[in-house]
Write a protein that binds this ligand. Sequence first.
Ligand code: NAD
Length: 275
Amino acid sequence: MPKIIPADLRKYIEKNFSSGRLVCLSGAGISYESGIPTFRGKGGLWEKYDPAVYANVQGLTRLFKERPQRLIDFLRDFYTVLLEAAPNPAHLALARLEKEGILKCLITQNIDGLHQQAGSRNVIELHGDAFRTRCTGCIASGELGREKIKEMLRLLAGGQNSRQKTLRILSSYFPRCRKCQGRQRIDIVLFGESLPEDEMARAYKQLAGCGVLLLVGTSLVVYPAASLPLYAKEKGAELIEINSQPTAFSEVCDWKIRSEAGPALAEILKILGYA
Ligand code: NAD
């Protein structure tokens, strides 16, 4: 098999990936090989559903009031893709690097939970997790889980639902918060919403002390997540981009691996003697 990673970068990886100062920032591209389309790529959910409506609190609220069945169709399509996906070699390689003490932290913009499923533990989720709930009052988070989502979709699938029936079903999966009686919702950051402050603070802290930042499968056009690599660079980190296409950040990166994430990360494991 021809090698993806050139000789000079192989040497750099051998020398610099042993110190536990490696951090990774991942985006939608890392889950592409698991069957989840990227945000800007072809064939994704957002070709069918306008994100200005479906990735926006006001849009979703209006939809629920005016076209509840359309909201159900969206929830079904959104979760079906996520439920069918399993971690791919890229997620598994990053989990292995953490287990071996090389990767100290994984910062992700993804909401699919695949890093945790692969075994990663120190994961900072900047945009939330579609399988968790968050209270709109006190921000307490809860587990929603894959089985509950499947059950909810089955209940919602029973023919044309009235607004009342839809509300009854949704309310039973997103009940009032026990602590503050606030309404619970899916724990993902929608358009126009702020990123969770504690997760951003943790990300900055990890990046301040990292030696190398791996950027995997992200176009880095979404702020403030896109500010993180510049911060890491300012603090002295070297940036390695793994992406099948050039991005607006490629020029800033010290190293570029122009490949799909799975084969590239599998090769990094080999270089380090873990495969
Ligand atoms: P993006 O869609 O803007 O960019 C994806 C990037 O991945 C592109 O640069 C593309 O060239 C690259 N890519 C595609 N396939 C790849 C592969 N196999 N290997 C390596 N690189 C590959 O995604 P983004 O930068 O993460 O920003 C989009 C936003 O949408 C994020 O906030 C994210 O939360 C959300 N989103 C998440 C998921 C998910 O959870 N899986 C999926 C779609 C969108």
